[in-house]
Design a protein around this ligand. Structure first.
Ligand code: 5GP
Ligand code: MG
Length: 171
C-alpha cells in the first residue's frame, strides 16, 4: 500500500468542504443521505466540522446499494437498504465516499429525486471522474484521483482497511 493522501490533508480538505456546505446551506440545513459503507466515516467527519447551530437542524440517514460486476448483469445496481426518513420537500445532500463509473450515485439520485426533495445535490470525498460511464454533477468534491484502487476513510479491500484515516492506493 502506498499513501496517496495523508491524514492531515484529508482532515484539512473535509474541513474546507464542511465550511463550503455550511455557507451554501446557511439558514436551511440539508438532510444528508450517506451511501453505505463507504460514506459513513466521511459523513461523520463532515458533521464534526459543521457549526453547532446548524447541527440542531440537520438530519441524516443512509441507503445501501450493491452493484453487480459480473459480465451478464454488468452495471446493474440494486437497493439493499432503503431510507427511513422522508425526503419530500427537503434539501437533500447525497454523500458518497468515492464515485467511479457513477452508476451507484446515479441510481441513488434517481431514487431520491422520484421522492420530490426540494433540492438535491451530491458530495463525494473522492472522484475518479476519468472512469465515469454515467454522467452526473458532483457538487462537492474532496479530491480528484487517478484510476487506482484506493482504501481508507471508508473504502475497503475485501471489507478491510475502511478505518484508516488516510487514503492509500493498493499496488
Ligand atoms: P460506481 O458505481 O461509481 O462505479 O462505484 C462506486 C462504488 O464502487 C463505490 O461506492 C465503492 O464501493 C466502489 N469503488 C470504486 N472505486 C473504488 C476504489 O478505488 N476503492 C474502493 N475500495 N472501492 C471503490
Ligand atoms: Mg459503495
Amino acid at each position: 500500500m502506498k499513501i496517496l493522501i495523508d491524514r492531515s490533508e484529508v482532515d484539512r480538505r473535509i474541513g474546507e468542504m464542511a465550511r463550503e456546505i455550511a455557507t451554501d446551506y446557511a439558514g436551511s440545513p440539508p438532510l444528508l443521505i450517506g451511501i453505505l459503507n463507504g460514506a459513513a466515516q466521511f459523513m461523520m467527519a463532515l458533521l464534526d466540522h459543521l457549526p453547532g447551530d446548524m447541527l440542531e437542524q440537520i438530519d441524516y440517514d443512509f441507503v445501501d446499494v450493491s452493484s453487480y460486476r459480473g459480465s451478464e448483469s454488468m452495471g446493474r445496481v440494486e437497493l439493499t437498504k432503503d431510507l427511513v426518513v422522508s425526503v419530500e420537500g427537503r434539501q437533500v445532500l447525497i454523500v458518497d465516499g468515492i464515485v467511479d463509473t457513477g452508476r451507484s450515485l446515479a441510481f441513488v439520485l434517481d431514487l431520491v429525486s422520484a421522492r420530490r426533495p426540494c433540492s438535491l445535490k451530491t458530495c463525494t470525498l473522492l472522484d475518479k471522474s476519468a472512469r465515469r460511464v454515467v454522467p452526473l454533477v458532483v457538487d462537492y468534491r474532496g479530491f480528484e484521483i487517478e484510476d487506482v484502487f484506493v482504501v481508507g476513510y471508508g473504502m475497503d479491500y475485501d471489507q478491510r482497511y475502511r478505518a484508516l484515516r488516510y487514503i492509500a492506493a493498493i499496488e
